[in-house]
Design a protein around this ligand. Structure first.
Ligand code: SAM
Length: 434
């Protein structure tokens, strides 16, 4: 090995070891001993997914020490009067939300622990991409989500196990720290919270596709159009595509995919290992997929797909321009409307499935309501389903009745509803009003 190569390797090892060390304390600092279980739960629930880069969380909670925090919740209740999981609040506890979607619960840990893990992630990100030729932008946590999804996606016990899809978008030199050997040692904090919403959306999407195909039994083959709003570096469109390849015996390059699945399958744990939702998709359909996001993300994702995913997963190479990546700024509703109209105009008979995952949180006030209304307007007259794990407007807690009203007002009918702690707290499925 050359001196330069050896030096680089040593640097990678040192950086990775530092990251593991930084993440490790998150395991150690659990909720303070001696507190009543309900207070511990408040601490944990309030801390769940504090997606904030600064010392103030996005839930508006300034962090000035555990004592001050305790005093505030004891004397005034939680900051927004929200007590997840308690009888007077409609947001499920992390454990209940996890149970409903079949994933292991997030760790019971104090706010400080969540914040420490958070700071470690932010710090680690710089080093994880230090030698990355693509240098993808972490637009509104899109990159952090990719690492979290790779962690859960590599976990054989998880229903969001993705056969290394998210992992294959990560840089070669550092991705091994979330590899299949190490992923199980990470404390179930932020990545486990994202795993809840991933599991919910995967399951809802597959159920929606299965019912579309079932309802059309005997008729011509159905065409499904997936429109992912704020797709970031998510790989859901590829999970669908690979499952279609698995289901189609005559598909080109299917042999390569089967070989990879067999190699990974050898390490599957047991019969009790949960299946991922896509394995329940046994029907045949045609699929087109569009992902909309800010220009910087679209540009980086194109590069990641070309330089990593297609090299590591050559069976995807024949799907040129899949998914169609489109630049959009949702805060500009008029231009987003035009973009959506141009997508839908291609074929009005197609079933549309619109997905929002953790993007409304970042939009200007009024836009989350407006964008749902706009989508309903553009899709009018078509068969369309909405799957979301996000934060809707006009629903302060996790109240299903308020969600029903919000959906009606924007042109949708709510079919399924689940809340969870954190920012992307509203999960649901809705049908376009006919
Ligand atoms: C937390 S990430 C979620 C990404 C992806 N949905 C996932 O779950 O992995 C939020 C995404 O919303 C996108 N986003 C934020 N504001 C946006 C806007 N005004 N227009 C379009 N996309 C936006 C970001 O670029 C980012 O990709």
């Amino acid at each position: 090995m050359t001196g330069g190569g050896c030096g680089r390797r040593r640097f990678r090892l040192a950086a990775s070891a530092t990251i593991l060390l930084l993440l490790a304390p998150a395991n150690l600092a659990l909720a303070p001993k001696g507190l009543a279980p309900s207070t511990k739960r408040k601490l944990q629930n309030h801390a769940a997914y504090p997606a904030a880069a600064s010392s103030d969380t996005e839930d508006g909670l300034p962090s000035r020490g555990r004592l001050a925090f305790l005093k505030r919740i004891i004397t005034r209740g939680d900051i927004r009067g929200e007590r997840y999981g308690s009888t007077n609040n409609s947001i499920l506890s992390p454990a209940d939300a996890a149970l409903k979607v079949g994933v292991k619960p997030t760790r019971e840990a104090s706010k400080e622990t969540w914040q420490r893990a958070w700071r470690s992630h932010r710090f680690a990100m710089k080093y994880l991409h230090h030698f990355d030729s693509v240098q993808p932008t972490d637009s509104k946590l899109a990159l952090a989500c990719l690492w979290w999804k790779a962690l859960a996606g590599n976990d054989l016990r998880s229903p969001v196990y993705d056969c290394q899809l998210s992992y294959d978008l990560l840089p070669a030199g550092t991705r091994w720290i979330v590899g299949r050997t190490l992923c199980r040692f990470y404390p179930r904090l932020h990545h486990a919270n994202v795993e809840i919403r991933t599991s919910y959306l995967d399951r809802s999407l597959c159920n929606a596709i299965n019912s579309i195909v079932e309802e059309s039994a005997g008729k011509e083959r159905q065409n499904i159009r997936l429109i992912v709003m704020g797709g970031g570096y998510d790989t859901r469109s590829f999970k669908l595509l690979e499952q279609m390849l698995m289901n189609n015996r005559t598909a080109e390059h299917r042999g390569l995919l089967l070989r990879q699945r067999r190699r990974l399958g050898r390490q599957r744990l047991s019969q009790s290992t949960p299946k991922n939702a896509y394995q329940n998709l046994t029907c045949q359909f045609d699929l087109e997929c569009y992902e909309l996001d800010l220009p910087v993300v679209v540009e980086a994702k194109r590069k990641l797909i070309k330089s990593r995913l297609l090299r590591r997963r050559p069976w995807l190479k024949s799907f040129v321009d899949y998914p169609r990546l489109i630049e959009a700024d949702f805060n500009d509703l008029a231009s987003t409307r035009q973009t959506l109209e141009s997508i839908v105009a291609l074929d009005k008979r197609t079933h549309n499935i619109v997905v929002f995952e953790g993007v409304m949180i970042y939009l200007d006030e009024g836009v989350p309501h407006g964008i749902l209304e706009m989508c309903a307007g553009v899709l009018e007259g078509s068969n369309s389903t909405l799957c979301f794990a996000d934060r809707l407007e006009n629903i302060p807690g996790g109240d299903e009745d308020a969600a029903r009203v919000e959906m009606e007002k924007t042109g949708w009918t709510l079919d399924d509803w689940l809340s969870k702690p954190g920012l992307a707290r509203h999960m649901g499925v809705a049908r376009l009003n006919q």
